[in-house]
Design a protein around this ligand. Structure first.
Ligand SMILES: C[S@@+](CC[C@H](N)C(=O)[O-])C[C@H]1O[C@@H](n2cnc3c(N)ncnc32)[C@H](O)[C@@H]1O
Length: 223
């Protein structure tokens, strides 16, 4: 694991090992539930950044298990420390959140078929240049992997500030034959379940405070 520019990064990550799933351990076992004390529906956030979203979702949904995946170790270090802080001094916190340092390119190797109930993509990198479209986490290439690892009827929940990425994603969903259950171009001015139960991410708060509208789509994968 390469740690650039993060003071004592490796030591800080090691100090949070109770809240981490080792990439190689998951690769070897392909048994994500074994990293939690109690089995439960598995939720996966891809590109969790500093982890605020998954921490709060894990608090609100104590009978589900959350894995927050982040490819940049420096950033994942913050997520790990936030996951640890969630427990410190708070009795009764469910032990249902783990951070996974790794790249979504490896999802099919890490997770067994039909093991995940919900995937969250929050403010994923838009990769605006056409030549990089395949890197977008809603490209058909990734949708095919999600189809493999999601349970039948499993959900993908996407939030983004980027209108271009949102339009691209909706096209990809349609081409893949996925069912868009709900969508909006302005989440923070919506009513109803998805808006009222929304948990803001770090990027979302920053964009929203600048008056930038948030797009959201909830998509169901069929069997
Ligand atoms: C723009 S940030 C958003 C962070 C957070 N989700 C939020 O909304 O505050 C995107 C994050 O996704 C991570 N990321 C991008 N591509 C990824 C991939 N293929 N696998 C895992 N993480 C990825 C980046 O390192 C970055 O931390």
């Amino acid at each position: 694991m390469r740690m650039r520019h993060k003071k004592h990064g490796e030591e800080r990550i090691a100090a949070c090992s109770a809240y981490r799933i080792g990439f190689d351990d998951l690769l070897r076992t392909r048994d994500p539930q074994s990293f939690f004390p109690v089995p439960g529906p598995l939720h996966l956030e891809i590109g969790c950044g500093k982890g605020r979203f998954s921490c709060e979702m894990a608090n609100r949904n104590p009978t589900s298990n959350f894995i927050a995946m982040e490819r940049v170790p420096n950033v994942a270090c913050n997520a790990l420390e936030n996951a640890r802080a969630r427990y410190e001094g708070v009795t009764g916190t469910a032990d249902n959140l783990r951070i996974l340092i790794g790249n979504a390119e490896h999802l099919a190797e890490l997770f067994p078929e039909h093991s995940i109930a919900v995937i969250y993509l929050n403010f994923s990198d838009p990769w605006p240049k056409t030549g990089y479209a395949k890197r977008r986490l809603t490209h058909t290439r990734f949708l095919n992997i999600y189809r493999q690892i999601l349970i039948p009827g499993g959900l993908l929940r996407l939030k983004t500030d980027n209108a271009g990425l949102f339009a691209f994603s909706l096209e990809e969903f349609q081409q893949a034959g996925l069912e868009v259950l709900w969508k909006t171009d302005d989440l923070h001015h919506e009513t109803g379940e998805y808006a009222e139960q929304n948990v803001q991410t770090e990027y979302e708060s920053a964009f929203s405070s600048q008056g930038i509208p948030i797009h959201m789509a909830v998509v169901r994968f069929q069997v």
